[in-house]
Design a protein around this ligand. Structure first.
Ligand code: NAP
Length: 278
């Protein structure tokens, strides 16, 4: 099966490299063409042209409108039985709209958001939560395996994105806990590297502490997951929580904090830039 990818940002780039290394990648499209340069497969100037050639299309773009724009574009040229796998983080409703649009052209859609950060994309260790037809997932599972350590089919279309909202709410709480605790450690004038090393090995250890603990205390926020993107995800979760009558106060607090950081010009920094406010 010929696999193409649309979106070579922080996540898409790592995923595309894994697909290329595994021998699956046949074509790439990125809005900013320069990011395609490193790939020795076909570079497409338009998503429509990529779609006309591929059997499987992986999407990794920023937000809901971007996903729908790309899906509407590829729907004009897509071949019947093509499988589109959206790894972006968007709403369940967007996933359902995308699936409906592609179904009109007899193409299948899986919402397949991922967790594991840029490191997970680079190393092929992402955790992928999938909504859509389980039989369709089985057809592409061997391809997705080169990018992931874990692929779980959750349920119907949109359920992958609903699960990702769970993940993003949890990440907000973890971000609050880690940044607050490390600011406290600094105020105690503790040796930060030692504090992080020992805590990472105990009950409070977590991915975010492992990968962002030291860098945040060194004022380094360039790597990883843009806080403006996490803000976008938490706004989706906020709406879903309101509809379900569930309170998510830690996420609400994180939205407010991110909005302050975005006003101050830090929206493109990693989510660990929350440390700036602690
Ligand atoms: P990013 O570095 O900002 O990259 C965004 C990508 O989307 C770029 O390739 C960009 O093209 C493309 N794009 C955006 N809008 C587009 C449009 N309207 N048309 C065509 N292409 C468009 O973001 P990222 O960190 O890779 O995140 C991508 C998605 O994965 C997001 O939904 C994010 O929430 C999710 N995610 C991120 C992480 C993480 O740790 N970073 C982890 C899990 C999930 P250009 O190069 O032209 O700008």
């Amino acid at each position: 099966m010929k696999v193409g990818i649309i979106g070579l940002g922080a996540m898409g780039l790592g995923m595309a490299r894994r697909l290329a290394q595994a021998g699956f990648l046949a074509g790439v499209y990125n809005r900013t063409a320069a990011k395609m340069a490193e790939f020795s497969v076909t570079h497409y100037a338009q998503p429509e042209a990529l779609a006309a050639d591929m059997d499987v299309i992986v999407l990794c773009v920023s937000a809901d409108k971007d996903v729908l724009d790309m899906v509407e574009a590829i729907a004009t040229t897509i071949k019947p039985n093509t499988i589109v796998i959206d790894t972006s983080t968007v709403s369940s409703e967007t996933a359902q709209q995308a699936a409906a649009c592609l179904a009109k052209h007899n193409a299948a859609f899986l919402d397949a958001p991922v967790s594991g950060g840029v490191e997970g994309a680079k190393n092929g260790t992402l955790s992928m939560m999938v909504g859509g037809d389980a039989a369709v997932l089985e057809r592409v599972r061997p391809i997705l395996a080169c990018m992931t350590a874990r692929i779980i089919h959750i349920g119907a279309t949109g359920s992958g994105q609903a699960t990702k909202a769970v993940n993003q709410i949890m990440c907000a709480g973890i971000n609050q806990a880690v940044t607050e605790a490390l600011a406290f450690a600094e105020a105690q004038q503790l040796p930060m590297a030692k504090v992080i090393e020992v805590i990472a090995g105990g009950a409070a250890g977590n991915w975010f502490l492992d990968h962002r603990g030291l860098t945040m205390t060194q004022g380094e926020f360039s790597t990883g997951f843009k806080l403006a993107l996490h803000h976008k995800d938490l706004k989706i979760a906020e709406l879903m929580a309101a509809q379900a009558g569930v309170a998510i106060p830690l996420a609400a607090m994180t939205i407010t904090d991110y909005e302050q950081l975005m006003r101050e010009g830090y929206g493109d920094e990693d989510i660990s830039a929350l440390y700036r406010l602690k």
